[in-house]
Ligand binder design. Structure first.
Ligand SMILES: [Zn+2]
Length: 329
């Protein structure tokens, strides 16, 4: 066999190729699926780090084993795939959505520039292009429109009044945390210390100190909202400037159901968007991979700046209430 696509097909069976390097296949762990199968649930790509990726989570041990085999069998030799226009893609090169080839040497140069392990950089570039490739299927399979989010909430929260919204949200935080609430510029000078307070203080004060908070707690005594003052307790707040309220829910559902990030709440910002609060990634590696995928879905990479201001529930914005619409039990 001298075509890497034949090697892939020898592992996953027939592949419905969508591009020169990526196509739909039957999941090797299909027997473990606990939810309905779709024809476009599983994909195989041979560029970058060759990868089989399935939307189901229950099959992951079998898929992981198949991935090890795929990477072993495609990593052992030099191969090339002919692309339109006389170009070639070699093993380790990454095919971009634009049709351009990111050469493996450029991947390694990025790794050096960002101080990252070369192998991990290949994974990151692969996650990014894979997410771009499966985004249409992801948005369809995990579709979670706004009205459904509200209806699905384990606790009925969307109709609560401003004070109740605010105090309900405060309960997400451990009692010892110091949290910032203010307006975007309520930070940076000693007089802004009044915006950094323990949770118990905020219970007393109520939702009257500004429209914003952070997904991270700060060290006691802070008056500047910056990453150096974070105390370690944090949420990952996912938002998008481009996805509508009926679209972004798919990203939230994907993170929660497929990637198993714990979802704490979803907040209607009283503007065009929804914010979802998740557990933060366990480590830098997971964070970088998630960032690559989320950016491909149209979510804002600035969410990974943990001192970024986000809308606090219970505050009013132009006559509309910023409010919780989904809350875990
Ligand atoms: Zn599967």
């Amino acid at each position: 066999m001298n075509d890497p696509r034949q090697v892939a097909a020898s592992i996953v069976g027939a592949v419905d190729w969508q591009t020169e390097v990526s196509g739909f296949c039957r999941c090797p762990g299909e027997a473990l699926h606990t939810q309905q199968n779709g024809k476009k649930d599983c994909r195989v790509s041979v560029d970058g780090a060759p990868t089989i990726y399935c939307f189901h989570a229950s099959c992951s041990p079998v898929v992981a084993e198949a991935n090890r085999r795929l990477r072993r069998e495609l990593g052992d030799w030099s191969w090339e795939i002919a692309l339109p226009g006389g170009r070639v893609l070699r093993n380790g090169d990454v095919l971009q959505a634009s049709g351009e080839v990111l050469p493996r040497e450029a991947v390694q140069a990025r790794a050096r520039a960002e101080g990252r392990d070369g192998g991990e950089q290949v994974i990151l570039e692969t996650v990014r292009v894979m997410a771009e490739r499966f985004a249409p299927e992801m948005f369809e399979r995990f579709h979670w429109p706004f009205a459904q989010i509200v209806a699905d909430s384990p606790l009925q929260v969307s109709e609560r009044d401003a004070e109740d919204q605010f105090r309900t949200w405060l309960k997400l935080w451990p009692a010892h945390c110091h949290v910032w609430i203010g307006d975007v510029f309520s930070s940076g000078k000693p007089e802004h210390r009044t915006h950094f307070r323990p949770i118990a203080d905020w219970y007393q004060i109520g939702p009257c100190m500004g429209n914003f908070t952070c997904g991270s707690a700060f060290k006691p005594g802070s008056f500047r909202r910056c990453n150096e003052n974070l105390n370690g307790q944090r949420f990952l707040v996912i938002e998008s400037d481009t996805l509508a309220k009926d679209e972004v829910g798919a990203v939230f559902a994907y993170l929660n159901r497929r990637l198993r990030y714990r979802l704490h709440c979803i907040i209607d910002t009283a503007g065009k968007s929804l914010h979802a609060w998740f557990d933060a990634p366990r480590n830098r590696t997971m964070e970088a991979r998630l960032k690559a995928g989320l950016t491909a879905f149209g979510c804002d990479p600035k969410v990974f700046t943990y001192s970024q201001p986000v809308r606090v529930p219970g505050a009013w914005r132009d006559g509309k209430l910023q409010r919780l619409v989904w809350l875990k039990e």
